[in-house]
Design a protein around this ligand. Sequence first.
Ligand SMILES: NC(=O)C1=CN([C@@H]2O[C@H](COP(=O)(O)OP(=O)(O)OC[C@H]3O[C@@H](n4cnc5c(N)ncnc54)[C@H](OP(=O)(O)O)[C@@H]3O)[C@@H](O)[C@H]2O)C=CC1
Ligand SMILES: O=C(O)CCCC(=O)O
Length: 489
Amino acid sequence: MPVDFDFKLNDRTLVRQQCYIDGQWWDADSGKTLDVTNPANGQVIAQVPYAGQAETRRAIEAAERALPAWRAKTAAERAAILRRWFGLLLKHKDDLGRLMTLEQGKPLKEATGEIVYGASFIEWFAEEGKRAYGEVIPTPVADKRFVVIKQPVGVCAAITPWNFPCAMITRKAAPALAAGCTMVLKPAELTPLSALALAELAEQAGIPAGVFNIVTGDPKVIGQELCNNPTVRKLSFTGSTPVGKLLMEQCAPTLKKLSLELGGNAPFIVFDDADIDAAVAGAIASKYRNTGQTCVCTNRFIVQAGVYDEFAQKLAAETAKLRVGNGLEEDVVQGPLINPAAVEKVERLISDAKSKGATITTGGERLEKDGLWFKPTVLTHMTPDMDIAQQEIFGPVSALFKFDTEDEAIALANNTEYGLAAYFYARDIGRVWRVGEALEYGMVGINTGSISTEVAPFGGIKNSGMGREGSHYGLEEYLEIKYMAMGGL
Ligand SMILES: NC(=O)C1=CN([C@@H]2O[C@H](COP(=O)(O)OP(=O)(O)OC[C@H]3O[C@@H](n4cnc5c(N)ncnc54)[C@H](OP(=O)(O)O)[C@@H]3O)[C@@H](O)[C@H]2O)C=CC1
Ligand SMILES: O=C(O)CCCC(=O)O
């Protein structure tokens, strides 16, 4: 039974509580459902199907049936349809933002911002799909010609997290569809409504039945079918490193192409020659986006001794100004954390740091005893033996480590199994190049705390995964290279 919660949307058809398979809306075969709750108050706002293997298999078969006709369209024809999808996201951005705040918690302005960000991938890849250029290789033999063409990978699967319920989907679906692939998506169980609203708009945009399918339900069972099924030729995943590794293992027997965007442990280095006010502004942007629940959020501030106290004091002052509360309220910039486990993890990490000598200069506790709101926190006197040095916080906690020399900063920054995003503030041009090149990360923000955009390659190295999303590199992930040698000239 769908829950009759009043989302107060202008267009109520955006609230879908069924899976979207082969252009139709379905319950789970078993009739089982999964509650969707508002993290701000624990209220159940919807129920979606708890589907399993059979429904996933049907979605894969639908994607396989839809593939030949979708692949056969010209890139311009696919682009026209994708542009309609893009336009519909923008048209409904306020409703989609509200839906996201209600299921995920992030403040309304940030949620609406994510819809615009998510839509940008659709617009960008609609165009980039037209540029899946091949190559003619000059021949070393007179009677032959060598040609390289790019073709869609085929049926693709995607598994996405709760922290970006829209953008992590469009960042995968847009390049896949633009390249001529079809897709089966499993969204996070905590935030399925944003995904299902995207399917509703995909249908309205004229994306043919079977090209984009969504199955909600049992993550293990759905994941196993997506990995085991030989029809699926590629899996793109965003989420935790342990699940990413498990999926990679499960995909080995059918040797699928993989994109894995996993956890991070981003350093944010502030050198003595940095513009400290700019560094503080960048720190706030990087650390407290989505209440710290972003894989590219700063995890460790690494600050040079000469500016440590000034940076710490200014960061604490700005952090203390951040208004925490229900994301639907005006001026709230920090929503609740996603669930009790997330708050407990933050508390555990702070308590570990405190027990080993860290000082809490602001925050350090929940806003209310049993709520999911956590006061934005600054910790100083951090040392490498504390758990935060190695573990992803995924919450609103700034942890400040101190260093003396450039080499020391680089060593500290690289001392992690992760390699997603890093940031640093410095003005010496030689240092900017040296440090930029020495950081073992897929992305480096230099004098900026914001790096995410549809036009640049997003992704990591080491335990942060493989592959890139966004930019022309993101399209390549959904294309196969075919070399054709033509003889007998
Ligand atoms: N790189 C990133 O952006 C993200 C990193 N994280 C990190 O991971 C931690 C845990 O977050 P969490 O949400 O549990 O991340 P998960 O990796 O568990 O979840 C991400 C996605 O994977 C699905 N999933 C979980 N287990 C399986 C499985 N066995 N087979 C197939 N799919 C599976 C989830 O489904 P379901 O929701 O149904 O469980 C969800 O759709 C966070 O605290 C953070 O540190 C989390 C989210 C995003
Ligand atoms: O946390 C993530 O997995 C994605 C980060 C969102 C972005 O910056 O694009």
